[in-house]
Design a protein around this ligand. Structure first.
Ligand code: DGL
Length: 273
């Protein structure tokens, strides 16, 4: 008969070797996965690109929640020990529901308004995000809390996610949209630009060519990775550091675009979900 101590040791070993689940409306959340993999290379990960239903940004809270539930349930079926919602739109609209209905820890991503508002010297910051994020209750709470006395120039990045999902990152159409969206921010003399969508870090090289040199671009990827590490530690769910993390990627539309984003370094499996 297996002793209680051995039983718990076995469960602990199985749990800590289970993968971290990560999902996004598409390829953008790989900007978060990259930071997690860099900080925690011994962790196994499963990434879901829900590209078939991208963009989430223009959808309503109910639909975003439905899609987030679908992704969560698939990741749980695959045995994930923790889920990273690598999408600002899904976090700001659905993470509360997910936390209330599922037992695993959830890590979300929100626009980094706080560091930008605390550090700005010009008293003006820009935020580029989806309509779903900018209109969410959670975003308003954060900007009310930290935006006191600071001008926050909010801009919906309409059309940016579909272009990135089609692999059109460095195109004249992208440049045209970015110039249009940055113009009111530059006019307001922002010195910080907050990227409030996990797809947008892929635009940083282009953004740098379009913004005045003194503007600092902030994204939340590294902070999410550190938070993931802290929560894994707190729940005693860390994989042994001797492990070499296995990274699995699934896409439900155009897996070749996700593969390109990953520079062909990882296999992407087509999966209908
Ligand atoms: N990556 C998602 C986010 O962070 C993109 C949203 C979308 O699909 O519109 O908000």
């Amino acid at each position: 008969m297996i002793s209680t101590r051995l039983f718990f040791l076995l469960i602990f070993t199985i749990m800590s070797n289970s993968p971290i689940g990560i999902f996004d409306s598409g390829v953008g959340g790989t900007s978060i996965w990259r930071e997690i993999h860099k900080l925690l290379p011994h962790e196994n990960t499963i990434y879901l690109a829900d590209s078939k239903y991208a963009p989430y940004g223009p959808k309503g809270k109910e639909r975003i929640t439905e899609l987030s539930i679908k992704n969560t349930e698939l990741l749980l079926k695959k045995g994930c020990k923790l889920i990273v919602v690598a999408c600002n739109t899904a976090t700001t609209n659905a993470i509360r529901h997910l936390r209330e209905h599922y037992d695993v820890p959830f890590i979300g991503i929100e626009p980094a308004i706080k560091p930008a508002a605390l550090q700005t010297k010009s008293n003006a910051i820009g935020i580029l995000a989806t309509k779903g994020t900018l209109s969410s209750e959670l975003f308003h709470k954060t900007s009310d809390l930290y935006g006191n006395g600071v001008t926050i120039v909010e801009q919906v990045g309409e059309g940016l996610v579909p272009l990135i999902e089609n692999g059109e990152i460095d195109t004249p159409e992208m440049e045209k949209l970015l110039k249009l969206y940055l113009a009111p921010m530059i006019a307001a003399d922002i010195d910080y630009l907050v990227l409030g969508c996990s797809h947008y870090p892929y635009l940083i090289p282009k953004l740098k060519t379009l913004l005045p040199q003194h503007v600092t671009i902030i994204d939340s990827g590294a902070a999410v990775a550190r938070h993931t590490q802290a929560i894994l530690t707190q729940h005693e769910l860390c994989a042994p550091t001797s492990n070499v993390g296995d990274c699995i990627f699934y896409s439900n539309r155009k897996p070749e675009i996700l593969s390109e984003i990953l520079h062909g370094d990882f296999t992407v499996e087509a999966l209908d979900f």
